[in-house]
Design a protein around this ligand. Structure first.
Ligand code: G4P
Length: 288
């Protein structure tokens, strides 16, 4: 997690993926269901061109079901196969393989009709850091260790592994960079924990998150912190800090609210999903 992407890293990641893509039948692009637009790589269309693509929205157990449904429909309308999953649930994997079989059915049948030797279909997994790529590959391959960190250049020799009778997979994922030049996107993926929260001004992130939650998920704030925010009140943010400090019994620093500690507690509860199921963007962001 938390790689700093430099132009050289991006070029290398792109080159490696373009090379591998030549020998795959389908690209499995993972995005985070809590921000299915912000957690996409901006150049994915150019990189994978017109290879069949299957977009999987991961971490559906942490996202708002209503939004997840809309995002899956949106990607289907864009012409891709799409589904949402909880990668920690083993039952999901069979469904994913079945969907790949469905997408590639015609291609495989055509090959057979042309007299080519039957072969397994081959997939590669792509996505920005922290969307679940290693979890996906490791669980499918039934192993515990992570093969690679989120390094923008993969040094280990890559292998293709057979995970079902008719299904093969590159054992290392393609790691792509997020759209970091867009402030809204950077904010969202910081809230997902895909980039270090501290690379953005933390208090700005806290204010943006609080504002969003008060507009979209007021009940979650009430349930978790007994907090009701009135955005019309010009002191709302200071009140929110003080309130969370009180509810969470955060010790004051020299008689003042310990703002850093409040943010630490809040962000960790956002990251581990304990505040509730939250999606940070709706379809309006694709029209901007
Ligand atoms: P990456 O390779 O794309 O960088 O992501 P990775 O698989 O390392 O997953 C990042 C974190 O997200 C991991 O948590 C992983 O368990 C979690 N995760 C992946 N998919 C899902 C999902 O569908 N639902 C939920 N709830 N979590 C998911 P971690 O805390 O870094 O590690 P650990 O929990 O495995 O110890």
């Amino acid at each position: 997690m938390n790689i700093h992407w430099f132009p050289g890293h991006m070029a290398k990641a792109r080159r490696e993926i373009s090379e591998k893509i030549k020998v795959v039948d389908i690209v499995i692009e993972l995005v985070d269901a809590r921000a299915p637009y912000s957690s996409k790589n901006p150049m994915i269309n150019e990189i994978i061109k017109n290879k069949p693509r299957f977009i999987i929205l991961t971490k559906k157990d942490m996202a708002d079901d209503q939004y997840t449904k809309q995002w899956v429909q949106y990607y289907e309308q864009c012409g891709y196969q799409a589904m949402s999953v909880n990668l920690k649930n083993f039952n999901e994997y069979q469904k994913i393989i079945e969907k790949c079989r469905y997408v590639l059915k015609d291609k495989m049948e055509k090959e057979k009709a042309r007299g080519l030797k039957p072969r397994a279909m081959r997939a590669m997994v792509l996505g920005i850091p922290n969307v679940g790529k290693s979890t996906f590959i490791n669980r499918l391959a039934n192993r515990k260790a992570t093969v690679t960190g989120n390094k923008p250049g993969v040094t280990k020799a890559q292998q293709i592994i057979r995970v079902a009778k008719d299904f093969e997979l590159f054992d290392t994922p393609g790691v792509l960079w997020p759209k970091l030049d867009d402030a809204h996107v950077a904010q969202n993926i910081a809230l997902l924990g895909s980039i270090k929260q501290s690379i953005l001004p933390l208090d700005d992130l806290f204010i943006a998150a609080m504002r969003y939650l008060s507009l979209h998920y007021p009940q979650l704030l009430k349930d978790r912190y007994q907090l009701e925010i009135d955005l019309e009140n010009e002191n709302w943010i200071v009140d929110a800090f003080d309130h969370i400090a009180k509810v969470r019994k955060i010790k004051p620093l020299k008689g003042e609210t310990d703002y850093d500690r409040v943010m630490e507690v809040f962000f960790s509860e956002i990251n581990d999903g304990s505040i509730g199921k939250i999606t940070w963007e709706d379809l309006s962001c694709v029209n901007v």
